[in-house]
Design a protein. Structure first.
Lengths: 357, 277
């Protein structure tokens, strides 16, 4: 007597297969178009804001004592004499042929700069988010399953500390203690000075490159430099992830189906991890994805304290020097990271939640 | 023969800002392998009674009783671990709304299997056979397909039949049905109750049917407890409901419409009559 939704039962399997293929193709097309439009929008907004703000990129190149003739020549050379729409068009054409222009502050192509700076941030952020997830999720689950207990209070205080402690302060204290006093970790920078430049960059990730080159010493040196800043970043995402996990779990633990599981006589550990935790994986992915994207933007504070050549530092320096090509390039990379992480989350939703399929 | 369940002076209370509030105020009853109906309005404490029997009232809720015995086992002194061996395997509970009481990210088959293998270690194939047989027993025509569905893919009536299958598959001796049909369409209510009734009778189980529907309970139960504000105000055989004494029960009965109604307006409960209880 009950009415169930029809589940792909079609009399003609070939036509249904064809339809499914067609749907797959249009889904991919739709995806490409969305990404393309998002990118174009991002480019347009950053480009026009960069051009209308009252800073003069020409001035920052020629200096304020240049003669008008030199100034004009530089302006023409930089293409800034053209009308804005033409400038934008030229820039977009350049972007799609892999040319992000030249950075006025480093004197190199922005693409080359980014391929040096972004991997440094990527490496640190990835280890950071791993620490944040590996500790934050279990802590949140434990806190929720013992709501109101001492354990819960301690975890909440740790979370609050992670929220309220300034990053640079934690970084400095960490350096003073673990590097200067205890000598457990490496100091600022990605490597000790005498290892610098020994491995040729393939991926730009020193951990990967050193292993590819078979340089185990360099690998461990990089680890010792990476572990402190990554832990500081990890601590901040841990605080956020643990808090969110706790509140998602509390919400689930009061659901009727959790009581159902208990009625069945299922052990509490299974009640918590299978029945309460599994449904929160989808919102957790959103939280983790956004934290990761946030870390990949680069933290200027952490990068400054640890002399880390990351994208946060690069972008800030570029902004201060009115180096618009570098700003646009960095924004593009960060935008791409957000779009990519969003799309990966979308795919994971569908894998983890039958209701989203 | 000793009763299956005997409850004496059961009290359930919760702390609030203004001190502890008792939601069940000392109720007593015994149950054999029979069908007992508990009726009462919202907040009368009937669901809390069901949960207290399974020891599912969580802190800061507090349960006390002079006696709470199931088949000679003192529920009050059972540890959480001992209770897990009783829950599902010996006492089970069908919950109100399958929309909320089934896990949204597990298939129907997985959830039924979990209820079984928690208590019985069986080879995979035997588990599957039992699941299919159980789904057939709750009158699901296409058990193989339904076992692979997720709860959001089944209707309310089918969800509740899945719930019954899940709660009966470890073959418990007592089933508590906590408003099993109030979330369902009127047209499927009778079907679901017929299934519960058939299975309970054929397996010789005890049944506690919690409901707010007097008619329903008198049709499917042998005995009826009427609860109001945490106490039992009336206890009688289902057939003798018309001889009920307590003004609350009489009021409820009077408020029920009958076919060929001659009254212009149905009476409203006059709560002043039993305010002292």
């Amino acid at each position: 007597m009950s009415i169930e939704p029809q589940i792909a039962v079609s009399p003609a399997p070939t036509s249904s297969q064809g339809r499914r293929l067609g749907r797959g193709v249009s889904a991919v097309l739709g995806f490409v178009v969305t990404v393309f439009l998002t990118f174009l929008g991002l480019l347009a907004i950053t480009f026009f804001i960069g051009r209308v703000i009252p800073i003069d990129p020409v001035l920052s190149v020629v200096g304020d004592r240049a003669t008008p003739a030199v100034y004009e020549a530089a302006k023409v050379q930089m293409g800034l004499d053209q009308p804005l729409p033409i400038q934008f068009f030229n820039y977009v054409v350049g972007v799609f042929s892999g040319d992000l222009g030249k950075s006025v502050s480093t004197g190199r192509a922005v693409v080359d700069d980014l391929s040096r700076f972004f991997p440094a941030t990527l490496e640190m952020a990835t280890i950071g988010i791993f620490i944040g997830v590996a500790l934050g999720v279990p802590l949140g689950v434990i806190a929720a399953s013992r709501q109101g207990s001492v354990v819960d209070q301690v975890i909440r205080v740790v979370g609050l500390l992670g929220y309220s402690m300034p990053a640079f302060w934690l970084g400095l204290v960490g350096l003073a203690l673990f590097y200067a006093r205890l000598r457990w970790v490496g100091g600022p920078g990605r490597l000790d000075i005498f290892y610098d430049g020994l491995v040729s960059p393939v991926t730009g990730l020193i951990l990967v490159d050193s292993l590819l080159a078979g340089e185990v010493d360099i690998f461990w040196n990089a680890v010792s430099h990476l572990i402190l800043p990554a832990s500081v970043l990890g601590f901040f995402s841990l605080a956020y992830i643990a808090r969110m996990t706790r509140s998602f779990m509390l919400d689930q633990l009061s659901q009727e189906f959790v009581t159902t599981a208990r009625v069945k006589g299922v052990p509490e550990r299974v009640v918590i991890w299978r029945h309460a935790f599994n449904p929160i994986r989808v919102p957790l992915i959103t939280v983790i994805g956004l934290s990761y994207a946030g870390l990949l933007e680069g933290s200027v504070m952490i990068e400054t304290v640890f002399s880390w050549p990351g994208i946060g530092n690069y972008l800030t320096t570029a902004l201060l020097n009115a180096d618009m090509n570098a700003v646009l390039g960095s924004t593009l990379v960060i935008g791409a990271v957000f779009i990519f992480i969003n799309k990966v989350s979308d795919v994971l939703y569908r894998v983890l939640d039958p209701r989203a399929r | 023969m000793a009763p299956l369940l005997s409850v004496q002076n059961l009290r359930v209370s919760f702390p609030t800002h203004r001190g502890r509030v008792e939601v069940v105020k000392g109720i007593s009853f015994t149950l054999g392998r029979e069908r007992l109906g508990i009726v009462g309005e919202s907040g009368s404490g009937k669901s809390m009674t069901g949960r207290a029997i399974l020891k599912l009232i969580r802190k800061p809720g507090l349960v006390t009783a002079d006696r709470l015995e199931f088949d000679g086992v003192d529920i009050r002194s059972q540890s959480e671990k001992q209770m897990r061996a009783i829950r599902g395997a010996r006492i089970s509970m069908v919950m109100q709304d399958p929309k909320f009481s089934l896990n949204p990210v597990m298939t129907v088959g997985e959830q039924i299997a979990e209820a079984l293998v928690t208590h019985e270690k069986l080879p995979r194939r035997a588990v599957n056979e039992r699941i299919l047989a159980m789904l057939e027993a709750v009158r699901i025509d296409d058990p193989q397909r339904v076992a692979g569905l997720y709860p959001h893919e089944v209707s309310g009536g089918m969800g509740q039949r899945v719930m019954i299958a899940m709660m009966l598959i470890p073959e418990p001796e007592l089933l508590i049905a906590d408003e099993p049909t109030s979330a369902l369409d009127v047209s499927v209510q009778a079907q679901v109750l017929d299934i519960i009734d058939d299975l309970v009778t054929s397996k010789g189980m005890g049944l506690i049917l919690i409901s707010h529907d007097l008619n329903l309970v008198s049709r499917y139960c042998d005995r009826i407890l009427v609860m109001n504000a945490g106490t039992v105000v009336e206890e009688c055989a289902a057939g003798e409901l018309d001889k009920a004494q307590h003004p609350y029960t009489r009021g409820l009965l009077a408020a029920m419409p009958v076919i060929d109604e001659s009254r212009d307006e149905l009476p409203v409960l006059d709560r002043t009559q039993w305010a002292g209880t």
